[in-house]
Ligand binder design. Structure first.
Ligand SMILES: NC(=O)C1=CN([C@@H]2O[C@H](COP(=O)(O)OP(=O)(O)OC[C@H]3O[C@@H](n4cnc5c(N)ncnc54)[C@H](OP(=O)(O)O)[C@@H]3O)[C@@H](O)[C@H]2O)C=CC1
Ligand SMILES: Cc1cn([C@H]2C[C@H](O)[C@@H](COP(=O)(O)OP(=O)(O)O[C@H]3O[C@@H](C)C(=O)[C@@H](O)[C@H]3O)O2)c(=O)[nH]c1=O
Length: 298
């Protein structure tokens, strides 16, 4: 029996991890999140409130559960809000990781920490696990700093890096690219979508599967856990419109000269996922298969 504790259970990744690991005969699952349990189902796991910015709560919850492995997905994930509210971003994405590490050290738990392609500057993707980070947004800096906390923790640790996660979750706090394109086109809204950014978009179920493989195997090191296809957001939008038979003429190509967000985005990222495939047995869907999985949940 492996005791696994996840953080941020109410989020997109968290909900898919609960769906994957609850009711598994060899897993005793504890789902934690801040405040009330907002998950649609309550069977097959234990829910405990745990605000990761509250050191006492983190130490007491993890100290009480004494998990074999922690999958740490909780974070402040709104990149533009992180640029504007740097204190909140640092508290949730870095200081909180120090508390998680302290609690894992006290209980000798394995830590799987979830990170991002935004630690890179996007000059030369797709990236392998050996690439050197060079963040260009505050969110990116916070996740880069969190990786250093994990790497120097002395724990048995893994870092699961991912890219542009998409999927459907219950009561989602933020949308993601497929849902945003689909809703915009259904509402007859014109959208400007960039052709000069490159990503390997990741189905949330595949990210959860990759994190579960790492936690079950207590595989140590950095693993790129993303989708297999490298696409521009424009290509993703066109594929989404085609799949749902929506009006492609509403999708206008844009680039850095016309489209700007509060925080800079690294232009060319995406991941090489060979290591996760061979070491973990990770096997993600293609983007078109991922759209079909999402469509099946609508
Ligand atoms: N989404 C993406 O495109 C990508 C995500 N990642 C990483 O993947 C991980 C999961 O992201 P994802 O599931 O998509 O994001 P979500 O925003 O859907 O989930 C993040 C969760 O973290 C929770 N959280 C935030 N602050 C706290 C806190 N103080 N205490 C407890 N929980 C907290 C949020 O709680 P609440 O629901 O209450 O707000 C939310 O449910 C993150 O580490 C993110 O950096 C990496 C690359 C891409
Ligand atoms: C809103 C918008 C986005 N885009 C593009 C920009 C970007 O490449 C892509 C997604 O933009 P968003 O701002 O929705 O998502 P973004 O904040 O870029 O997503 C990031 O989230 C954090 C958590 C991560 O860790 C990163 O890996 C990445 O997934 O879509 C457009 O082209 N037009 C638009 O109007």
């Amino acid at each position: 029996m492996k005791k696994i504790l996840i953080t941020g259970a109410n989020g997109l990744l968290g909900q898919k991890l609960v769906a994957l690991l609850a009711n598994q005969p060899d897993v005793e699952l504890t789902a934690t999140a801040r405040g009330a349990n907002r998950l649609p189902h309550t069977d097959g796991y234990t829910y405990l409130a745990m605000d990761i910015t509250n050191r006492d709560e983190v130490l007491s919850v993890i100290g009480q559960v004494r998990p074999d492995a922690v999958i740490h997905g909780a974070a402040m994930t709104d990149v533009d809000k992180c640029e504007l509210d740097k204190d909140a971003c640092w508290a949730q994405n870095v200081t909180a990781v120090e508390y998680i590490v302290e609690a894992c050290r006290a209980t000798n738990a394995f830590l799987c920490h979830v990170s991002t392609d935004f630690i890179f500057d996007g000059a030369a993707g797709p990236y392998t696990e050996e690439a050197e980070g060079n963040p260009i947004s505050f969110y990116g800096w916070s996740k880069y700093a969190a990786e250093k906390v994990v790497k120097h923790s002395g724990l048995r640790w893994a870092i699961a890096r991912t890219v542009l996660v998409y999927g459907i979750a219950h009561d989602m706090s933020r949308s993601n690219i497929i849902l945003w394109v689909k809703k915009s086109l259904e509402d007859g809204k014109t959208i400007n979508v960039v052709t000069d950014q490159f990503r390997s978009p990741t189905l949330a179920e595949d990210l959860a599967a990759g994190c579960a493989l790492i936690a079950r195997q207590e595989a140590e090191g950095i693993f790129n856990i993303s989708g297999s296809d490298v696409l521009t957001p424009y290509e993703m939008a066109i594929q989404t419109a085609d799949y749902f038979s929506l009006d492609k003429s509403l999708i206008k190509p844009a680039d850095g000269s016309t489209f700007r967000q509060t925080a800079r985005r690294p232009p060319r990222t995406g991941f090489v996922i060979d290591k996760a495939r061979t070491v973990l047995g990770y096997n993600p869907r293609s983007f078109s298969e991922g759209i079909a999985v999402l469509a099946g949940q609508l």
